[in-house]
Design a protein around this ligand. Sequence first.
Ligand code: WQD
Length: 319
Amino acid sequence: MLRAMRHAGMSVVVFDDLSTGVASRVPHDVPLVTGSVLDAAVLRATFREHAVTGVVHLGGKKSVPASIEQPLYYYRENVAGALVLLESMVSEGVTQLVFSSSAAVYGTSDADLVTESDPTRPDSPYGRSKLITEWMIRDAATAHGLSCMSLRYFNVVGCADPALAEHSGTNLFPLVFGALGRGDRPVVFGDDYPTRDGSCVRDYIHVQDLAAAHVAAVRRVTSGTVNQTINVGCGVGHTVFEVLEEIGNVTGKDTSATVLPRRAGDPASMVAATELAEEVLGWKASLDLTQMVESAWRGASASPQGEPHRFRQKEHRAS
Ligand code: WQD
């Protein structure tokens, strides 16, 4: 995100508590302020010292399972954090905001393509923390004349550079790569869903396309007052088995899976309607599943220092 914004000519200061962020990934010529979004004094001082005019808030916690185990931590970090951020922005006259929200606000949807006006029935503290924050932003924008946009991320995968890869995570791609790295079979949570092959359908989007959407959103909130929520996905769904097949094609590894029972809270299908993003942002995702898998595998194969390994020839494991 930082690289994309700078490439677009935007001057940026990074504010991060480094609980998951990596300081060495911030270029030397970009100011890094280490602090918590819950600390109003540091936030307000940062806004003043760096003449901040707008905020891109990516600093929420994002694990659904963790939010179920630690809901109060999630509400504190995500909801109270966003509240302190909004209060600090209003106090210092910072009027522009782009917020990282999530498709998790929809919960389970029967719609083939989910639109921004579809019901929001989040079924995890993570999803609820994102929806509550959207409400706070919308009300603050109305009361204080802020220009705001909340972007509902669908399934973000891939990496722009192996050096920026995320080496942990409870989502499909890192879990499959981890299984393959250990010589284990990947697992599929349920093959009895009402979908084309029985496994869940998701809208995977490359993180580079996501970054481009943020640049477009920053340009939109700075070009005039807006108060809007936008889906950020490809508008195309892939099943879990289709993702596994693509990972096999890219890595040359055998991705035959073990099927386990359904995972609680998994909707059968979650695919974004993308018309509003095209209309309001003039943005559309451009990278396909192969490019997502290639970049993700390159990142997963690289050492934490970012040295990418070569793609391995197809390996066949005795069944
Ligand atoms: C995808 C599919 C699993 C692992 C996430 C988060 C959040 C939000 C939306 C941004 C599901 C299946 C997974 C595995 C599997 N994005 N699966 N075997 O649950 O769609 O939601 O994206 O905020 O990041 O809520 O993502 O990657 O966990 O699962 O079969 O080993 O893959 O059941 O159907 P999910 P996921």
